[in-house]
Design a protein around this ligand. Structure first.
Ligand code: PSU
Length: 307
C-alpha cells in the first residue's frame, strides 16, 4: 500500500482485501458531465449494474483532504448536487493541490486512473475519454486523459472518445503514445453516441477474458500504461453520426462565439448538445455508461479469476 491519503468505503475495502473484482468509477461525469438529478440516478444505476454483474463499484472523488475510494449514498447525493463551479475538475495537474487545500474535487478519467492504481484497482468504467479537441492545431487543447493512458496501468472501458472531439487526431495521438485501443466486438471504432465512426479499429477483441489477458501480457512485458476498450453504445440507444454531427457543430460554434476555453469546453458542449437534442443525448450517454459498466465488471471478474 502507499502513504497516499486514501480512504475506502467498507464495501470496497472488504472486496479489495478478499481480492474480489472491483470497478472504479469517475466523478467528473457526475459534477460536470450531466445535470442534476439525472446525474445522481445515473451514478446509482451504474453502481448497481456493476454489483449485478458480480463486481463492487468504487466511485472516486476528493473531499476533505482525502481521496475517497467508494462513496456512501449520502456522499454521492451531496456530490451530485454540488454546482459545477464549486467542485474542482481534477486531472493529474490538480489532484495534489486539491488535497492540500482541502477542497472538493471530481476526478476526470486521468485523475480516476491515478487514484484507482494507488488503490490497487485495475479496471475503470466511464462514458467517453477526453482527447484532442477540434481546432487543437491552434488551441493546443488536448486532454490529459491521453497521457494518463500511456503511463498508468488501468483498463479503461469507454464508448470511445467523446464525439465532440477530433476523433482521427485523438486516435493518432493514442497510437503515438503506445496505448492499445481495443474495439469491443466490431472492426470499427465507436464514436460515443454512435456505434460507427468510419475509422477502422487498430485492435479488436470479443471477450472480457481476452481483454483481461491482454492487460496481464502488458504487465508481463513490463510495458507501462493502460489500455482503452472502446465499447459501442447499444443499438437501441444510439444517435447516428449523421444525426448528431450538425448538433455538435452548432454547439462548437456557440462555444467559439462565447469564448469558452480549457476545462469548460467539454461541460459546455455536453450541456448544449443536451438542450439541442431535447435531452436525447443524455439518455444515450446514460445508456452507454451502463453498457460500459457491465463490460468493466466482466473484465474485472476475469482479472480476479486469474489473480
Ligand atoms: N464521460 C462522459 N461524460 C463526461 C466525462 C466522461 O460520458 O463528462 C468526463 C471525464 O471525466 C473526462 C472528461 O475525463 O469528461 C474530459 O474532459 P476534458 O475534455 O476537459 O479533458
Amino acid at each position: 500500500m502507499t502513504s497516499a491519503p486514501l480512504t475506502f468505503s467498507p464495501e470496497v475495502e472488504r472486496a479489495l482485501a478478499a481480492r474480489r473484482p472491483v470497478v472504479a468509477l469517475e466523478s467528473t461525469i457526475i459534477t460536470h458531465g450531466m445535470p442534476y438529478p439525472q446525474n445522481l440516478q445515473m451514478a446509482r444505476d451504474v453502481e448497481q449494474m456493476i454489483r449485478d454483474n458480480g463486481a463492487v463499484p468504487a466511485t472516486i472523488a476528493v473531499m476533505g483532504g482525502k481521496i475517497h475510494i467508494g462513496l456512501t449514498d449520502d456522499t454521492l447525493e451531496a456530490l451530485a448536487q454540488t454546482p459545477a463551479d464549486q467542485a474542482m475538475k481534477l486531472s493529474r495537474a490538480d489532484l495534489a493541490v486539491c488535497l492540500a487545500n482541502g477542497r472538493t474535487g471530481a476526478t476526470t478519467v486521468a485523475a480516476t486512473m491515478i487514484c484507482a492504481a494507488l488503490a490497487g484497482i485495475t479496471v475503470f468504467a466511464t462514458g467517453g475519454i477526453g482527447g484532442v479537441h477540434r481546432g487543437a492545431e491552434t488551441s493546443f487543447d488536448i486532454s490529459a486523459d491521453l497521457q494518463e493512458l500511456a503511463q498508468t496501468p488501468v483498463t479503461v472501458v469507454a464508448a470511445g472518445a467523446k464525439a465532440i472531439l477530433d476523433l482521427p487526431k485523438t486516435w493518432e495521438v493514442l497510437e503515438t503514445l503506445g496505448v492499445p485501443v481495443i474495439a469491443y466486438g466490431q472492426d470499427e471504432l465507436p464514436a460515443f453516441w454512435s456505434r460507427k465512426s468510419g475509422i477502422p479499429a487498430p485492435l479488436r477483441m470479443d471477450t472480457a477474458a481476452q481483454i483481461a489477458q491482454a492487460a496481464r501480457m502488458r504487465a508481463a512485458l513490463g510495458l507501462k500504461g493502460g489500455q482503452l476498450v472502446a465499447n459501442p453504445i447499444p443499438q437501441d440507444a444510439e444517435i447516428t453520426q449523421s444525426e448528431i454531427l450538425p448538433v455538435i457543430l452548432k454547439a462548437l460554434d456557440e462555444a467559439e462565439v462565447q469564448g469558452v476555453a480549457a476545462k469548460s469546453v467539454t461541460p459546455f458542449l455536453l450541456q448544449r448538445i443536451f438542450e439541442l437534442t431535447d435531452g436525447r443525448s443524455l439518455t444515450s450517454n446514460i445508456a452507454l455508461v451502463m453498457n460500459n459498466a457491465r463490460l468493466a465488471a466482466e473484465i474485472a471478474a476475469e482479472m480476479s479469476k486469474a489473480a
